[in-house]
Write a protein of this length. Sequence first.
Length: 414
Amino acid sequence: MVSLQPVRGTHDLLVDDKRRHVHVEETARAIAARYGFEEISTPIFEFTEVFARTLGETSDIVTKEMYTFDDKSGESITLRPEGTAGVARAFISGGLQQSLPLKLFYRGPMFRRERPQKGRQRQFHQVGVELLGPDKPMADAEVIAMGADFLAELGLAGKIVCEINTLGDTESRNAYRDILVGYFNDFHDRLSEDSLIRLKKNPLRVLDSKDEEDKAVVAGAPTMADSLNDASRRFFDDLLASLEAVGVAYEINHKLVRGLDYYCHTAFEFTTDALGAQGTVLAGGRYDGLIKQMGGPPTAGVGWAAGVERLAMLVDEPPARPRPVALVPVGADTQDKAFTIAFELRRAGLTVDMGYSGNLKKRMNRANKVNAVAAVILGSEEMERGLATVRDMESGEQTEVPFSELLPHMARYR
Ligand code: ATP
Ligand code: MG
């Protein structure tokens, strides 16, 4: 007997859920297109090192969350937990440095073995953008503004805030790291085991801990702001000025660090309190070192990814699908004619619904159920006279229309 439960943390997207997802994805793609971003896809699995070497050996994703298996050839494969590493890999293997600057949009499933809860699945979906090439703060402002426009287009402007921070350049980050290590070293007895490991390998990541006791220690930690060198501070100020120039509201949060190792300068998250604990709907930052670290040419980059499930929970009903015209053959002998009329109407661009069986009453019930704009009723006697009856479902008005005039008559329902 086959297990009929989907695997824990995975979900079917049945018609209504899928419609909401598609609405979120299409909105993202439309906004991205408006900003000049084009869609690409990368494989949903990659060699494990694509993620293991780039996301950071202390990140939650690499330490706990990856779906990794050995292929029959003995190679280690991982289902992608996020999109940026794959895009960076594709940039290098596709030799795309000739085409910089590149503005890329992607969407698709991601996989992380986390504890499933509301807004947290093991297979979930992201839409995301990457802007490769420019190293100026205006590029950061552009992708953040695009994120804000996307959320506004989904009707979420009032429900979401943009939190932003700077991690500075390498020099600033190193200075801050030393200060942080000095601070955290006084709290060895209170920090979680995970955080003690991070303290050794990547102290900034302690700031991102979700452990309650860690959070209490983090609350008193010195902030990045005091460690920024002039260049990093100017970068951040310019970014904020650009955001203000285009009316993007933000809140500075100096404790915001992103979970992955490859970020520098800008880090940001769009959060809501409408989803309980899983409040981050869109997050990203600048990752100038990533592509070089993977073995490619030094290439600046900035981008974000948004969780489609979380956004789908927040949006109102997506726009309804187009209302169909219902074809209603009455009697077996009109079925074939109705079938050909249905195709003619579809080829003329109308949405057509035709059931497979049933009498007039049953078929008209169905026409109501699918919210038809009009019904084309085809009785045997009328068919012999070369006519169909078109019923406008709004007004209830019925008109006899000769077959030859049916297409022009129906054009109003397109
Ligand atoms: P979180 O702190 O919620 O675990 P994260 O920092 O791991 O988020 P990112 O890697 O930045 O998340 O991914 C970007 C977005 O993808 C998140 O803001 C969220 O909306 C979504 N997301 C991440 N993990 C999941 C998941 N397991 N299930 C559903 N959505 C997710
Ligand atoms: Mg996570």
